[in-house]
Write a protein that binds this ligand. Structure first.
Ligand SMILES: NC(=O)c1ccc[n+]([C@@H]2O[C@H](COP(=O)([O-])OP(=O)(O)OC[C@H]3O[C@@H](n4cnc5c(N)ncnc54)[C@H](O)[C@@H]3O)[C@@H](O)[C@H]2O)c1
Length: 351
C-alpha cells in the first residue's frame, strides 16, 4: 500500500489520521478529498501543507457524492479511508437530508467507484460509529454482530452507510473493513460537540448547556488512540469484518462537564441544565475484545484524554475563536437560545 485516498480529512478525526499516516509510514502518499462543509477546516492541516510532508500530501476540494471525481481519484490510489460524513446528532435533528445524502449515498458512491476499479483497491476502511447500535443498558456492551438500533437521523444514516458496505462486501467481494469507534475527544474538534463547546464556553465564562440530567454515558477515546486503531485496521483488519474501537473510559456527561470546569479553575455555577435532545440515547458501551486481539489497546485513560484536550483549547484560542465568531453563532442560538432561556441550575427532579 502506497497511496491512500482519505475522505473528510479536513475534519476532526480525519486530519489527525492524515498526520498519523504521513508520519508513521515512510513513503506513503495521501490524497485528501473534502467538501469543506462548515465542519471541514483547512487550518487543521496547515502544518502538513506548509512542512516537509507536503510533497506526499494533496488536497482536493470535492464531494464524495460526485461519481466522476470519486472515480478519477480512486484510479490514482490503492486504498480508501472514508471519514467524510455529516457528524453532529443535533444538526441531524434540525436538518436530516444532508446526513442521508453524504453518509448513505456518498458511501455508496465511493463503494461503486471501488467496485468499478476491478480489484485494484487493496482496502477500504469505512469509519462508522458506536451510535449505530443504539443505547445499551448497563452492564451490556455492544458486540460487532449485535443488531443495529439507530435512533437519530445521524445514527440511522451511519447505519445506512454500514449496510451499503455489507452489500458491496457480499455482492462485489470488496475488501471493506468497518470500524465503529466510540466518542472521540481531542484537539481540533469543531466546537459544536460537547467537550470543545464546554471548554470554549468555560474559557469565555459562558454557561455550559447540559442536556437533561447530564447522566448520559459515553465511552471517551483520545483521538490519537483512535488513529492508531484505524491504522491497524487499515493494514491488518480482515476483509468484510466489523471492529468496535472502544476506550474503556465510560463516564456520564457530568464527569466531563465537571472535569473541564475543575481543570480550568472555573465555577460549577456555569452549569445550566437545559431541555434534553429528543431521543437522546442514555448509554453507549462497546465490547472491543476483537480489536484488542489484533494487538491494539488505548494509551490514554479518561483523565489524560481530558487533560490533553483542555490544554490544547487553552493554547489554541485563535483556532476556536475564528469558528465561534462566524456562522456558528446562528447555529448556537437556534440550538440553545430558547433552551438557555428556560434553563435550570439543578438537574430535573424526575430525570
Ligand atoms: N467524532 C466522534 O466522536 C466520532 C465517533 C465515532 C465515529 N465518528 C465518525 O468518524 C468520521 C469523522 O468524524 P469527525 O468527528 O472527524 O467529523 P467532522 O464533522 O469533524 O468532519 C467531517 C469531515 O467530512 C467532510 N465532509 C462532509 N461531507 C462531505 C462530502 N459529501 N464529501 C466530502 N467531504 C465531506 C467535512 O468537510 C469535514 O471535513 C465520521 O464518519 C463520523 O461519523 C466520529
Amino acid at each position: 500500500m502506497r497511496k491512500v485516498l482519505v475522505t473528510g480529512g479536513a475534519g476532526f478525526i480525519g486530519s489527525h489520521f492524515i498526520r498519523h499516516i504521513l508520519t508513521q509510514h515512510d513513503g506513503y502518499e495521501v490524497v485528501n478529498l473534502d467538501k469543506l462543509t462548515y465542519a471541514g477546516n483547512p487550518d487543521n492541516l496547515l502544518d502538513i501543507e506548509g512542512g516537509p510532508l507536503a510533497k506526499r500530501y494533496r488536497f482536493v476540494k470535492g464531494d464524495i457524492c460526485d461519481p466522476e471525481l470519486v472515480g478519477q481519484l480512486i484510479g490514482e490510489v490503492d486504498a480508501v479511508v472514508n471519514f467524510a460524513a455529516e457528524s453532529h446528532v443535533d444538526r441531524s435533528l434540525l436538518e436530516p437530508a444532508p446526513f442521508i445524502q453524504t453518509d448513505v449515498y456518498g458511501t455508496y458512491c465511493l463503494l461503486s467507484a471501488v467496485a468499478e476499479a476491478s480489484g485494484r483497491i487493496e482496502r477500504v476502511l469505512h469509519i462508522s460509529t458506536d451510535e449505530v447500535y443504539g443505547e445499551v443498558p448497563a452492564p451490556r456492551r455492544s458486540k460487532e454482530d449485535d443488531p443495529l438500533h439507530p435512533r437519530s437521523p445521524y445514527s440511522a444514516s451511519k447505519a445506512g452507510g454500514d449496510m451499503q458496505c455489507i452489500a458491496f462486501i457480499e455482492i462485489h467481494r470488496l475488501p471493506v473493513v468497518i470500524a465503529r469507534p466510540c466518542n472521540n475527544i481531542g484537539p481540533n474538534q469543531y466546537p459544536e460537540k460537547m467537550a470543545p463547546l464546554f471548554i470554549s464556553n468555560a474559557l469565555d465564562d459562558q454557561p455550559l448547556p447540559v442536556y437533561g440530567d447530564g447522566r448520559q454515558v459515553r465511552d471517551w477515546l483520545f483521538v490519537k488512540d483512535n488513529c492508531e486503531a484505524l491504522d491497524l485496521l487499515l493494514h491488518g483488519g480482515a476483509r468484510g469484518e466489523v471492529y468496535n474501537v472502544g476506550a474503556g473510559n465510560e463516564r456520564p456527561n457530568m464527569d466531563v462537564v465537571e472535569g473541564i470546569l475543575d481543570l480550568l479553575g472555573k465555577p460549577r455555577s456555569l452549569i445550566r441544565f437545559v431541555e434534553d435532545r429528543p431521543g437522546h440515547d442514555r448509554r453507549y458501551a462497546l465490547d472491543f475484545e476483537k480489536i484488542r486481539a489484533l494487538g491494539w489497546s488505548p494509551r490514554h485513560d479518561f483523565a489524560a484524554s481530558l487533560e490533553k484536550t483542555v490544554a490544547w483549547y487553552v493554547d489554541n484560542r485563535q483556532w476556536w475563536e475564528k469558528i465561534k465568531s462566524g456562522a456558528f453563532r446562528a447555529y448556537y442560538e437556534k440550538q440553545y437560545g430558547a433552551r438557555l432561556a428556560s434553563a435550570r441550575s439543578a438537574p430535573p427532579a424526575n430525570a
